[in-house]
Design a protein around this ligand. Structure first.
Ligand code: G4P
Length: 526
């Protein structure tokens, strides 16, 4: 296969949802279609297997959440499809934001009964900032839920998406008969109380066709006719360009657990979803078709094997071909390195690969050389954009409780921050360390991992802070004045960048008013 064929064959996407909407179930059904797994339940049992071999994962299991973001690849319809899984738990939202930098499109899963939930709103807003193409899958049609048109209204209002339904449900809950696939003009019948092994599909291009009445009953057929008529009037017809620009989002209805509506979704996905898209570096735009290799690390997964303190850095390939045992430039460290065992995640198994192409995500064994956002290239100095650190929401002082283990503590903290688990700030005045996180759960995870992986123990102490603001200015004198007046509120982030630790919204406002030459940023990418 030529390199350009390999690029055109890749579809790399993420599934996002509020927890419990059905992301794991849908992922599993997609993998079943792709032959990547043989039995239902494999994705979940895989989760449990992992927890059994790792103490840290035990925390996740106990808390009933999946912290890990992983990659699952499978083949379907001559394409290689890479699903990047994202943690649903809101405390790990940053992990998900970063994973979204590595996808070319997303599928959003919404529970028909619950409608648009908070986590979905946040994640979709990140996708919209980048114009990521979005397909919506409305799940759990086997249960009673919101009226289809009301739900689409809610999606448009809360998610700010223009929708374009490509399938429409025939009833729901007890009365759920199936979906009419408006994309391919066919009726797909749902078999209640049975395992939906093969879907019964009837080609119906004209909705007045009486086979519709025969199969779903006249009342349901009439309801479908009037709803589809209305839907076709209200919503724009599908336009691939608009979808690719992130302007309209196709919508499908189904029931993932019953494997229903999933094939329609997948068949449409492979037809319309984009292949690898260009990526923006600070220096220039990088196209996937470029001959020379480049890629960036968007995720570091630690402690896959608790016996060795190994980590895997997940690298998204942006251009060129990645080859095993070939020297590449680690741009931040300005040194060449090669990788003997790069892995792919085909069929949920890790395998060593010799080469990989744009759109692929590979795992690189990492002994502590990588940080989130690091770039590897053939030699060019590139810094890929879009993996900023945002101001954390929660802050705590971290204190060493075992003075003999301060080295271990510092090393542990360093490595956990490199993974992007939380952010570390060192106060200028007294060098005290503050950890900032998105959710409270990270503090438990940090404490646990420091102890179990690094043998270091720490305690957290509350600190009253509102936001961490990265500061910048072109005026050196203004910066000096600011630094001398606000010394007690200043810290350095892990990369040595100056940060103003605002105690309150009011304190930040005062600082902005008193130092108009200084710019305050809520993220480190400005
Ligand atoms: P998540 O990854 O988005 O958090 O959701 P997940 O797939 O784990 O699904 C959450 C719950 O919703 C699961 O039930 C799952 O079986 C159920 N579910 C998924 N799709 C459908 C559907 O189409 N219809 C119905 N009725 N339920 C669905 P659970 O009881 O939490 O877990 P389990 O015991 O079934 O594994």
């Amino acid at each position: 296969m030529s390199e350009s064929q390999a690029i055109n064959n890749r579809r790399t996407f993420g599934i996002i949802s509020h927890p419990d909407a059905g992301k794991t179930t849908l992922t599993e059904k997609l993998l079943l279609f792709g032959g990547a797994i043989q039995i239902a339940g494999a994705v979940k049992s895989n989760k449990i297997k992992r927890t059994a071999t790792s103490d840290f994962m035990e925390i996740e299991r106990q808390r009933g959440i999946s912290v890990a973001t992983s990659v699952m690849a499978f083949e379907y319809s001559d394409l290689q499809i890479n699903i990047l899984d994202t943690p649903g738990h809101q405390d790990f939202a940053e992990d998900t934001y970063r994973t979204l930098t590595a996808v070319d499109s997303v599928i959003v899963v919404i529970d028909v009964a619950k409608g648009v939930e908070t986590q979905t709103e946040k994640l979709v807003s990140v996708c919209r900032m980048r114009n990521t193409p979005i397909i919506v899958f409305i799940n759990k049609l086997d249960r009673e839920g919101l009226d289809g048109i009301d739900l689409l209204d809610e999606i448009e209002q809360k998610l700010g998406l223009k929708v374009c339904p490509l399938s429409w449900p025939v009833g729901m809950g007890q009365r759920f008969k199936g979906v009419y696939n408006m994309f391919e003009e066919k009726l797909v019948l749902f078999q209640p109380h049975g395992k939906q092994l093969a879907e019964e599909v009837i080609e119906i291009t004209d909705l007045s066709d009486e086979r519709l009445d025969k199969n779903v009953g006249t009342a349901a057929a009439d309801e479908l006719r009037s709803e589809v008529h209305l839907v076709r009037e209200i919503y724009p017809s599908f336009d691939r360009e608009a979808y690719l620009n992130g302007d309209i989002a196709p919508v499908f209805f189904g029931s993932a657990i019953n494997n229903f509506g999933v094939k329609e979704l997948l068949d449409c996905f492979v037809e319309i979803a984009p292949g690898p898209l260009p990526r923006h570096a600070e220096e220039r735009e990088v196209k996937p078709s470029e001959a020379v290799f480049s890629g960036f690390v968007f995720k570091i997964h630690a402690n896959m094997d608790p016996k060795h303190r190994d980590r895997i850095a997940f690298l998204r390939i942006c251009s060129g071909t990645f080859n095993r045992n070939t020297n590449y430039l680690h741009v931040r460290q300005n040194r060449k390195m090669k990788f003997a065992n790069p892995t792919s995640f085909m069929a949920s198994k890790k395998t060593v690969i010799d080469e990989a192409f744009p759109g692929d995500v590979i795992g690189l064994y990492d002994s502590g050389i990588f940080k989130i956002g690091d770039t590897l290239t053939d030699g060019e100095t590139l810094h890929f954009k879009g993996i900023p650190s945002f101001s954390p929401e929660l802050f705590r002082y971290v204190d060493n409780t075992d003075p003999l283990k301060s080295k271990q503590l510092n090393k542990g903290l360093d490595q956990l921050m490199d993974e992007g688990l939380a952010q570390l700030f060192t106060m200028e005045l007294n060098q005290r360390k503050i950890i900032g996180t998105v959710g409270a759960l990270q503090f438990d995870v940090i404490q646990y991992r420091l102890l179990h992986e690094y043998g270091a123990s720490c305690a957290f102490e509350p600190v009253n802070l509102y936001k961490a603001c990265w500061v910048s200015t072109n005026n050196k004198d203004a910066l000096k004045t600011f630094e001398s007046r606000r010394r007690k509120d200043l810290a350095k982030d892990k990369n040595g960048k100056l940060v103003y630790m605002a105690e309150s919204a009011w304190a930040l406002k005062m600082a902005q008013e008193n130092h108009p030459e200084i710019e305050f940023h809520f993220s480190d990418e400005f």
